[in-house]
Design a protein around this ligand. Structure first.
Ligand code: ATP
Length: 325
């Protein structure tokens, strides 16, 4: 299984944080140490790589982090890394520190950075982590399950009180460019309507008529889920209230969705993907992303992965509509 013997690797988390990143960090560190590979933790994503902000990690430095949300390595965005000078500095630092492989945990932007760095001679492997689950090459990204459960928990609580007052709840969930999270949450809470950036909607037909029809059939509380990327949520709320005559309240769940103790799924996926990433480096794989496809882990070439576009689950969208009557 092994390619050349690697003696030292580094790892970083970059872009938006996601619950389960810590499980991946722990797994990378422990798998590396198990295989006699030293590990350097890089703080604050690519910023740390440029600024040489690192520390040696051992088995004990990742004790008990699996249960914690966020990332113990911190995360940041780094504009300088997108310049040839920044990339060169990062590559020079890797060489100076004897880093023979780099694990980058994050989303599409993080992988674009990893790909760029590999062109400067650094061996890289990516691990997908984003609550949006919008990375095309993989069916699952670390953080999605916890974020969905956090949103569901909040909406269930909200529903209890909204139902007592027979109000309409409009709930904005995260998802600037993708509706996977909103769709999943909408199905889970029995939303009357779910609006996502990928699907245009007609205010009267897709929202007002559906809510009215529901009330006629005895639904005294309707939930409307809106993905952040749909925009103008305030307008949607005002129009619903004006057209239905029912008190309508907006709740923006916001960054709460990013936090919290990771679910079992995110802990296990983080651990499995971290292990797989180190083995991929040991095999000499470069410029690849660890992916979960058809219930199995695999690696996908980064360039190919970044050219893919993730399609919305059209069937799930249809199910949501058909069971909302
Ligand atoms: P999320 O979507 O969850 O926020 P992400 O990984 O997509 O995660 P980004 O902010 O898009 O987050 O990217 C993280 C970092 O990756 C950027 O701040 C930048 O340092 C680096 N990066 C992004 N695109 C490139 C690129 N084309 N070349 C070099 N580096 C890049």
């Amino acid at each position: 299984m092994e390619g050349k013997k690697i003696r030292r690797i580094a790892l970083l988390t970059s872009g938006g944080d996601a619950p389960g990143m810590n499980a991946a960090i722990r797994s990378v560190v422990r798998t590396a140490i198990y295989n006699d590979i030293q590990v350097l933790g890089i703080r604050r994503g690519y910023n740390g790589l440029i600024k040489n902000d690192f520390f040696p990690m051992d088995s004990r430095s990742v004790n008990k982090i699996t249960a914690q949300g966020g990332t113990m390595l911190y995360t940041a965005r780094c504009a300088e890394f997108q310049t040839p000078e920044g990339l060169q500095r990062a590559a020079d630092n890797c060489k100076y520190l004897g880093i023979e492989g780099l694990v980058c945990i994050g989303g599409d932007g993080t992988f674009r950075g990893a790909q760029a760095l590999s062109e400067y001679g650094v061996q890289v492997v990516g691990i997908p982590a984003t609550i949006d689950n919008d990375i095309a090459c993989t069916h699952y990204s670390i953080g999605f399950d916890t974020a969905a459960n956090t949103a569901i928990d909040a909406i269930d609580k909200l529903s209890d009180t909204m139902q007592s007052h027979e109000r309409i709840s409009v709930v904005e969930v995260m998802g600037r460019h993708a509706g996977h999270l909103a769709l999943y949450v909408g199905l889970s809470v029995g939303a009357a309507v779910t609006l996502i950036p990928e699907e245009p909607y007609d205010m009267q037909r897709d929202i007002i008529d559906v809510i009215r029809e529901g009330r006629i059939h005895g639904r005294n509380h309707s939930i409307v889920i809106v993905a952040e990327g749909v925009g103008n949520t305030n307008e949607i709320v005002k129009t619903i209230e004006a057209e239905t005559g029912v008190e309508t309240r907006l709740t923006v769940i916001g960054h709460i969705q990013r936090g919290g103790s990771p679910s079992a799924r995110d802990r296990v996926m983080g651990t499995r993907m971290g292990h797989y990433a180190v083995e991929a480096l040991m095999q000499g794989q470069n410029n690849v992303i660890v992916c979960y496809r058809d219930s199995q882990l695999c690696t996908v070439d980064c360039t190919e992965a970044l050219s893919m576009k993730k399609k919305l689950d059209g069937y799930m969208y249809r199910v949501g509509k058909e069971v909302a009557i």
